[in-house]
Design a protein around this ligand. Structure first.
Ligand code: PLP
Length: 372
């Protein structure tokens, strides 16, 4: 059997060994319910507090402004349940598009970058009525890897008196996030995108703004998200955050050079390939591309038979390849069912840990692509 080559890190990052070991240690501590008054309860609280500190240090925010949830999707739903008017970009993840139910949609250009002039124009029109408006634009797109001009979005939104949320699920571990340097009101993140287990996310909120909880019960997470805390998930999230924070300078250059090597091979062997957002500022690990005559589901199946685990980037929970609303929004509607995403480890620290992807394997992948 051929060795499996995993290139779907934007879907989920394998549990980091450091994280796994810390979880085993945590399981050995005993029965951990942080609401209990006794020794084990205090231990549980301490574990949660350390994780909060680690995540706070990674993104430079006050640890008390972090609310743990069951996923980034839940964090987004919790936030959005507090607003009637939400302005979103057309390339947001379904977690944002579905839960906002917004018909205030800002277009993107051919490179997949949010149209700032349109945002400005739209908010000018919308802010004539007095309702509190939330603007929600993602930091990094999950399909293309294109980095959005989030500082400009914040400036425009603030000039119009709006609050701003950023879905940073794909940005964490791939770009520097420093909440002391950007005036975001809300940020949402997901543990499994940086090597923690699935089932843990967080909402970082501006505590000057009153939010109502969505899940009611025992008052956990400062009353913002009831339910006995997922201690293993929280511990894992904290350990993954510490790992990334400690990685020297958070480098992306080795990932980028592998990704660029692969991209160059593709361009040489299959010049008809379209690479989405190629000219834009992209994170180092992602490529979304399409062949005009090959449907994405066929490409995925053939690559899977060759032991490459890649994704369409737009797969829904049924595992079926659906039309990519991101590719459509970029003006390539004719290619929206053809796109295939290759996502490498998010940063050099994780790439070096896994040490699984060689140039030889990328040569074989590029050859398979050209023979589809
Ligand atoms: N936002 C983006 C951009 C994502 O890529 C994802 C996951 O794929 C999510 C939100 C949802 O994250 P979670 O899996 O934690 O619900």
């Amino acid at each position: 059997m051929k060795k499996k080559i995993y290139l779907d890190y934007n879907a989920t990052v394998p549990l980091l060994k450091e994280v796994k070991n810390s979880l085993i240690d945590c399981m050995d501590v005993g029965p951990l319910n942080a609401s209990s008054i006794h020794y084990y309860g205090r231990k549980g609280k301490e574990i949660i507090d350390i994780a909060r500190t680690n995540i706070g240090e990674l993104i430079k925010t006050n640890k008390n402004n972090i609310i743990f949830t069951g996923s980034a999707t839940e964090a987004i739903n919790l936030l959005f349940s507090n607003f009637d008017t939400i302005v979103v970009s057309s390339i947001e993840h379904l977690a944002v598009l579905s839960s906002s139910k917004s018909d205030h949609i800002i277009s993107v250009n051919k490179d997949g970058i949010v149209n700032l002039n349109f945002l400005e124009f739209y908010l000018k029109k919308l802010t004539n009525n007095s309702k509190k408006i939330l603007v929600s634009v993602m930091w990094v797109n999950n399909e293309t890897g294109v980095i959005q001009p989030i500082e400009d979005v914040v400036e425009i939104a603030k000039n119009h008196g709006c609050l701003v949320h950023c879905d940073a699920a794909q940005a964490l571990g791939k770009v520097k996030i420093n909440l002391e340097e950007i005036e975001l009101d809300f940020l949402t993140i997901s543990g499994h995108k940086i090597g923690a287990p699935t089932g843990i996310g967080a909402l970082i909120y501006n505590d000057k703004i009153h939010l109502k909880p969505q899940i009611l019960g025992g008052g956990q997470e400062q009353g913002m998200r009831a339910g006995t805390e997922n201690i293993l998930g929280i511990k894992g999230f904290g350990e993954a955050a510490k790992f990334i924070n400690n990685a020297t300078e958070n480098n992306y250059s080795e990932v980028k050079s592998l990704r660029n090597y692969f991209e160059d091979k593709i361009k040489t062997l299959s010049p008809e390939t379209i690479i989405f957002g190629e000219k834009a500022n992209r994170v180092a690990n992602t490529i979304l591309m399409a062949l005009p005559k090959i449907p994405g589901d066929l490409a995925l199946m053939k690559l899977d038979l060759e032991s490459f685990s890649v994704s369409s980037g737009s797969a829904c929970s049924s595992g079926k390849v659906s039309k990519s609303h991101v590719v459509s929004a970029m003006g390539y509607d004719n290619l929206a069912t053809n796109s295939v995403r290759f996502s490498f480890p998010p940063n050099d620290a994780i790439l070096n840990l896994e040490n699984l992807i060689t140039k030889k394997e990328l040569d074989r992948l590029a050859r398979c692509w050209s023979n589809l």
